[in-house]
Design a protein around this ligand. Structure first.
Ligand SMILES: Cc1cc2nc3c(=O)[nH]c(=O)nc-3n(C[C@H](O)[C@H](O)[C@H](O)COP(=O)(O)OP(=O)(O)OC[C@H]3O[C@@H](n4cnc5c(N)ncnc54)[C@H](O)[C@@H]3O)c2cc1C
Length: 387
């Protein structure tokens, strides 16, 4: 058993931390408050190769794995820059296109995803389906060689900053008449695709959208993969990278909050000589949160290692557990940090309560804590499915 990163991964982590510190949480917050995006940070990370660490070298990436991308997500978040689109574009979209796209799709999209000049976002959630993927009602119909896509998607992140959106739809299987999932790479400016920004109570430079697809006409090659059979495996290919990287972002956010709070409590004095951190009522909750974050990190890197070794089923269990643990740990860490900072915890300047909305959302998206508990109960504990 080995808990060490490789020397290259150590270097990557240090370099990403340096980049994140150059921008920092105040940059992230100022962009969010101005309704702008973290474009400068994204492009610099792309130029330095951090957005493409998991993309094969022949398409301009670093040729590494999800472990490397998880390090990028965690370290940027640990400097106060939790970039949700890292989870969507390089983790989900690039993995799906690398593993299940056609050679033309790989050549067309992966180099831009690797250097950050292109973003592809991901749309699965629907207003009437929610956590129940089996109820998806966005449908793709054949019209000659083209496809016509109709339906609605909700909470789709980053549509305003992406060139394409990977839409999960259903198509009719000609042999069985049954609907099966299929993924389409849809230009965000396609006629018939309308987006409406949702008002979310999350301080974030990334926005969520309601999408309306009204007979969006797509050429045959918009379908991910060579045939309709690619749909289901392509969809599943995105799940483990999504869970692992979102968990890494949560763990990094937790580390950031605990660092901010412990720096403060070690020096703040309101009772004479001792710092407030000398009081166990202040220090123990922070220490407890630090333990939870570190435990989540162990599961994140176990899941990433299993995934990179091609052990997908085991990575599925660990990835779900990591996402659950990190979601809970991040929410606990931020809330505990706010309390330890007192009034300062609620100010923009100290930069901790600015993360409350994001970590709360991390217990809901991209898969909720309850759906992970359902998964663990069913697949690890052998319980019957109740829903
Ligand atoms: C900030 C943010 C960004 C997002 N970005 C994207 C994106 O880019 N692309 C995308 O496709 N989606 C995105 N989502 C959507 C996200 O994946 C969904 O919100 C999530 O899957 C839950 O679906 P829902 O909101 O419809 O909740 P519902 O399915 O309506 O569930 C509501 C509550 O009921 C619980 N529940 C439901 N069924 C069960 C059950 N069987 N057992 C126990 N509890 C249950 C859930 O856990 C949840 O707490 C985003 C969401 C947020 C908040």
């Amino acid at each position: 058993m080995n808990f060490d990163l490789t020397p290259e991964q150590d270097q990557l982590r240090d370099a990403v931390r340096e980049l994140g510190r150059k921008y920092g949480h105040s940059y992230f917050v100022s962009k969010a408050k101005a309704g702008e995006h973290t474009t400068e940070l994204w492009h610099e990370a792309g130029r330095l190769g951090y957005l493409g660490v998991n993309i094969p070298t022949e398409y301009g990436g670093g040729g590494g794995g999800i472990t490397d991308l998880a390090l990028v997500c965690e370290e940027l978040a640990a400097t106060g820059c939790p970039l949700l689109l890292l989870v969507v574009s390089p983790a989900i979209a690039a993995t799906i296109i690398s593993k299940h796209g056609t050679e033309e799709q790989r050549k067309k999209h992966l180099p831009g995803l690797a250097d950050g000049s292109e973003k592809i976002v991901f749309a699965i959630t629907e207003p009437d389906a929610g956590s129940n993927f089996h109820r998806l009602s966005t449908v793709a119909r054949r019209d000659g060689d083209d496809w016509l896509l109709s339906g609605r998607k909700i909470y789709i992140s980053g549509v305003d900053e992406a060139g394409h959106v990977l839409v999960v739809a259903r198509t009719e299987d000609a042999s069985t008449g049954k609907l099966k999932p299929a993924l389409f790479i849809v230009p965000t400016d396609a006629p018939g695709l309308e987006k409406s920004k949702l008002d979310m109570e999350i301080l974030s430079p990334e926005n969520q959208f309601l999408l309306f697809l009204d007979d969006v006409r797509l050429p045959a090659d918009a379908l991910v993969g060579e045939s309709l059979d690619a749909g289901l495996p392509a969809l599943f290919a995105g799940l483990n990278p999504e869970r692992i990287t979102v968990a890494a972002m949560g763990a990094g956010t937790g580390r950031y909050a605990i660092d901010r709070a412990s720096d403060y409590t070690a020096t703040r004095k309101v009772w004479g000589g001792n710092s407030i951190g000398s009081h166990q009522g202040v220090a123990h909750p922070l220490a407890h949160a630090a333990v939870q974050v570190e435990l989540a990190r162990l599961m994140i890197y176990k899941a990433a290692t299993l995934y990179d070794a091609g052990r997908d089923l085991e990575a599925g269990i660990s990835g779900n557990m990591a996402k659950y643990a990190a979601g809970e740990a991040a929410a606990l860490a931020v809330d505990t940090a706010v309390q330890a900072l007192g009034g300062a915890g609620m100010t923009t300047e100290y930069g901790v309560s600015t993360l409350l909305g994001a970590v709360r959302a991390g217990r809901i998206a991209p898969v909720s804590r309850e759906m992970i508990l359902n998964f663990v109960a069913q697949h690890v504990l052998g319980q019957d499915k109740s829903y």
